[in-house]
Design a protein around this ligand. Structure first.
Ligand SMILES: Nc1nc2c(ncn2[C@@H]2O[C@H](COP(=O)(O)OP(=O)(O)O)[C@@H](O)[C@H]2O)c(=O)[nH]1
Ligand SMILES: [Mg+2]
Length: 395
């Protein structure tokens, strides 16, 4: 997997956001044409994100087709000549030039100095002399760790996010295989942990293949609470496997076991449906199979505790005892509610936040008490997600 896939865009405080719609449209047209000229096949995905984020600002106007070489040069020059006009709009004159440099390098040459040099050489030939040295300085900050220069204050966030991306990509990937019965909440838990809906979740057997879901160094403009910085800043890959007990799909069990036997993960998270705590023979047979793979950390998460009326402590103990019988030495069993986790991460149902916060602050549902380390008082902790973040980050 290429690390390029992991990076995300610095949409927050992007200077283009405040530009007039026609300017945004021109900017996107130039950026797109440059990306087509200098990018490889990985550009399309990044570009489409960029475009969908900003095209609303240009009144939904589609980006014009890729410009020919001559038209691109002419368009960039015309764009620059209009900069005194942008200044009247409250933008600093070179701001959009700096943003363009950051964006095009990010899309086509992040982690690739050689490619970056080609783009810089091209731009140096197009922009007026007064910009050339500044472009060079900016490139030095991005690629050679030159100290930040206040002249680039207007793109400070872009530069900061560039370095966050670099730091993130330099860390080794941590892989977590998710397994359990159908509808235990594997996909919901991945969504709650990542703070966004990347997996389909529903009351049907909808995961019929192994899916890999990656996190990003920061969310593309999405606000989401995260407890563990280490969790947020570690490249993660969740391996979502099919449920092991779908009677009508026996091949699902096989697919999952094959994936487990590959051993290509750092931790296995077994998700147990808290509303069916005693499980089926199938479920514990599966855990018996997993017991053979103790080279990886095995984490048990009892989910759906928002929907559980009995004594949670006793339920956890029951699961633990059953697990010991399957041959798992010292199983660690953690309670969680993926449903409350989604709300805690503020992904949805903002109006329900207060009700969930109050509910999970009650002694019975304060799931943080079952984690063997201190956690702050918040819904994110009380629903179990904060604790799981930390456990995954340290797996
Ligand atoms: N009450 C409750 N329902 C949940 C929770 N997590 C998942 N569900 C529901 O359980 C069903 C199956 O979830 P899903 O994530 O698709 O399970 P998977 O088959 O293990 O991936 C869906 O209807 C979810 O909305 C939870 O924490 N609480
Ligand atoms: Mg699923």
């Amino acid at each position: 997997m290429s690390v390029q896939k992991l990076i995300s865009f610095p949409f927050v405080n992007h200077p283009i956001v405040t530009a007039p719609p026609d300017t945004i449209s021109d900017y996107l047209n130039i950026l797109f044409s440059l990306a087509e000229r200098f990018g490889d096949e990985s550009v399309t995905e990044k570009w489409s994100k960029f475009h969908s984020r900003f095209s609303n600002g240009s009144n939904g106007k589609a980006v014009a087709p890729v410009l020919s070489d001559d038209d691109l040069v002419a368009k960039i020059r015309k764009f620059i000549s209009r900069w005194p006009f942008f200044r009247r709009q409250g933008l600093r004159s070179k701001t959009l030039c700096y943003a363009l440099v950051c964006d095009i390098l990010f899309i086509t040459a992040f982690n690739n100095v050689h490619q970056a040099q080609k783009i810089i050489d091209y731009l140096q030939n197009v922009v007026p002399k007064s910009y050339q040295n500044k472009i060079k300085q900016l490139t030095e900050i991005l690629y050679n760790d030159a100290p930040f220069n206040p002249a680039f204050d207007s793109v400070k966030t872009l530069v900061e996010y560039w370095h966050l991306n670099l730091k993130f990509c330099a860390k080794p990937l941590k892989r977590i295989l998710m397994t359990g019965t159908t509808s235990a909440g594997k996909s919901s838990l991945i969504n709650a942990l990542l703070g966004k809906d990347v997996c389909r979740f529903q009351n049907a057997v909808c995961t019929d293949e192994v899916k890999k879901i990656y996190n990003k160094p920061f969310q593309d403009g999405i606000e989401c609470s995260v407890f563990s910085e280490n969790f947020a800043q570690t490249p993660l890959c969740f391996i979502d496997t099919p449920g092991i007990n779908a009677a009508q799909f026996p091949e699902h069990h096989k697919i999952t076991c094959e994936e487990i036997s590959k051993g290509e993960y750092d931790a296995i998270m077994c998700v147990v449906n808290g509303t069916q705590i005693d499980g089926s023979t199938d479920e514990y047979k599966h855990f018996e199979y997993i017991a053979k793979f103790q080279h990886a950390k095995i984490i048990f998460a009892v989910n759906k505790l928002d929907d559980f009326d009995d004594d949670i402590n006793k339920a956890i103990e029951r699961v633990r005892v059953s697990l010991v019988k399957t041959g798992i030495a010292n199983p660690v069993v953690y309670p969680v509610s993926a449903k409350a986790g989604r709300i805690a991460k503020k992904m949805t149902l903002e109006d329900k936040y207060a009700a969930y916060e109050a509910d999970f602050a009650k002694p019975r549902l304060r799931l943080s008490q079952y984690y063997d380390f201190a956690l702050p008082e918040s819904l994110l902790s009380h629903c179990g997600i904060a604790g799981l973040e930390k456990i995954i980050a340290e797996a």
